[in-house]
Design a binder for this molecule. Structure first.
Ligand code: MTE
Ligand code: MO
Length: 353
């Protein structure tokens, strides 16, 4: 499947699709509803010729076929992936890039092996400080190649995986068949698809998608400011955030109890509570959190709201996490429009019945 007919197409080639929030109604996002973000054209890959190369600052470089990798101990994690640019379209003044609204996020059950086990076999030398990841997708013309790197500590984390299954199926081509990196809790550009090359480096990789893109100002900047790369640091973990999935924005509702629903996530932390306000933030009521939970996965929440009368309402959702972080009132504007996580809002019209 190379298109996603039910998703919002942001670009056809390369394929970029976001999920309409109304389609998020299960804790696990089905593969055909999972957003897609690709910087380059989708490569064609055959398992006969595919292999993964591990080299660089190691004693024992090697290449492995998928069957070889599956011999390491297999682990499944439920992880929410979110594009760093999710919500970019809400920044003021606007910033360049794909104008994602709320749906460049999804949660899947990912199955694979620990990167740490593979690196152990390669025997990283004492010079190894970062790990570089490249996929089979190739740049065209003057575009830079999509290559990313991870600090050794996160690379060796037991939850950082090389995954070959998504929700119990072989990884779909759009999501990185046959193998992708999965870096739980970090913005999804770390989770390199169509992986073919893992190289241990003595320093951070020096390329466009590490030194220029996916970076955030070290100090808050005024909206619209130019920020030089020297004043930025690489993105890493995701902030605390929620989205409302029901009722729909601009819905007309009867004057009757309405179930307000959504999902909240917090990168490497866990969501500790979600509060809902229907009076423009004057008062907040705790939402009920869903039973399904896992460390790096979003948490469903719901709140049964009985409108006091007909009229126009804003429904607000505000998540708090186990690190004490709370969704902010004001965005942290940044030149690339990353990490939008302002208090979530939909507007509805309650009709007299
Ligand atoms: N090889 C490769 N890996 C990649 C990308 C890419 O363009 N090429 N895009 C990254 C970005 S920016 C995101 S948000 C996620 C999207 O993963 P998905 O398409 O499976 O949702 O993949 C990441 N991995
Ligand atoms: Mo992304």
């Amino acid at each position: 499947m190379l298109t996603k007919p039910r998703l919002i197409r942001r670009s056809a080639r390369p394929p970029d699709y976001e999920t309409p929030t109304g389609l998020f109604d299960t804790w696990i996002t089905p593969n055909d509803l999972f957003y897609v973000r690709s910087h380059l054209y989708t490569p064609s890959i055959s398992l006969e010729t595919w292999s993964l190369r591990i080299d660089g600052e190691v004693q024992n470089s090697f290449s492995a076929k998928l069957e070889d990798l599956k011999k390491f101990s297999v682990k499944t994690l439920t992880v929410t992936l979110e594009c760093a640019g999710n919500g970019r379209s809400f920044f003021e003044p606007p910033v360049a890039g794909i104008q994602w609204q709320k749906g460049a996020v999804g949660t899947a059950r990912w199955t694979g092996v620990r990167l740490a086990d593979v690196l152990k076999k390669a025997e990283v030398t004492s010079a190894g400080k970062f790990v570089m990841f490249n996929g089979a997708d190739e740049p065209i013309g003057l575009m830079p190649d999509f290559v990313r790197s991870l600090p050794m500590e996160k690379a060796l984390h037991p939850d950082t995986l090389l995954v070959f299954e998504m929700n119990g199926e072989p990884l779909p081509l759009l999501h990185g068949f046959p193998l992708r990196l999965l870096v739980p809790g970090w913005e999804a550009a770390y989770s390199v698809k169509w992986l073919t090359h893992v190289r241990v480096l003595d320093r951070e990789y020096d390329g466009f998608f590490v030194k220029t893109a996916y970076r955030f100002p070290k100090k808050p900047v005024a909206p619209g400011t130019l920020v030089s790369a020297a004043d930025t640091a690489p993105l890493a973990g995701l902030p605390v955030k929620s989205i409302l999935t029901a009722p729909a924005d601009r819905a007309d509702l009867p004057l009757a109890p309405t179930l307000v629903r959504g999902y909240a996530w917090a990168g490497e932390a866990e969501v500790s509570r979600v509060d809902v306000s229907t009076d423009r933030g004057a008062t907040w009521q705790p939402a009920k959190l869903g039973a399904d939970r896992e460390r790096y996965a979003w948490r469903a929440f719901e709140y049964l709201w009985t409108p006091g009368g007909p009229g126009h309402y804003s429904i607000l959702a505000r998540a708090t996490d186990t690190d004490g972080r709370v969704q902010p009132i004001v965005p942290s504007w940044n030149p690339s429009g990353y990490l939008w996580n302002v208090i979530e809002r939909v507007s509805v019209n309650v009709k007299a019945s």
